[in-house]
Design a protein around this ligand. Structure first.
Ligand SMILES: Nc1ncnc2c1ncn2[C@@H]1O[C@H](COP(=O)(O)OP(=O)(O)OP(=O)(O)O)[C@@H](O)[C@H]1O
Ligand SMILES: [Mg+2]
Length: 135
């Protein structure tokens, strides 16, 4: 997951070229995850990181995107994508939206038997947790 996330960030940043002052901070161990769950997880990361690059820094100023995946012993996986940008629009209901990206994140999290929570900081923090053992 770590190698994948590093590469994903690099490629997504290339696509969003005008934003050059975005610093990525990736913290995770070398986590290996079975393919059935790595695929939805990879797609979720893609949506969240793309959103941060696309929406969080409209003025293309300096910004930071933090990504972490934690797996503590006998605990669920904890995935966090956080930015210090403008924050989600006040009227946006993350769980009930017609926009494709957020819908996809909710559906893919369900596939992982997980839950999504968001925090409106000065920026945006999305946390996804999902159980470590498949039922
Ligand atoms: N990290 C973020 N910072 C600020 N606003 C955000 C962030 N992530 C999402 N948003 C807001 O939430 C809206 C919905 O996001 P969503 O990913 O569902 O759609 P989208 O990115 O506009 O289109 P797409 O279907 O291509 O993902 C965005 O249009 C944007 O206004
Ligand atoms: Mg999106």
């Amino acid at each position: 997951m770590k190698d994948y996330t590093n590469l994903l960030c690099l490629k997504l940043q290339e696509i969003h070229k005008p934003i050059e002052k975005i610093e990525f901070k990736i913290t995770m161990e070398q986590i290996r995850i079975d393919l059935n769950r790595a695929i939805p997880l990879g797609l979720i990361l893609n949506e969240l990181i793309t959103n941060a690059l696309k929406h969080a820094f409209p003025k293309k100023t300096m910004g930071k995107i933090t990504i972490s995946i934690k797996k503590l012993k006998d605990k669920p996986y904890e995935v966090i994508v956080q930015d210090n940008g403008v924050g989600l629009p006040a009227d946006l209901n993350f769980k009930k939206t017609d926009t494709l990206g957020l819908k996809l994140i909710n559906i893919l999290t369900e596939q992982l038997d997980g839950t999504v929570s968001i925090k409106r900081l000065p920026g945006t923090k999305v946390k996804i947790t999902f159980p470590s053992l498949k039922k």
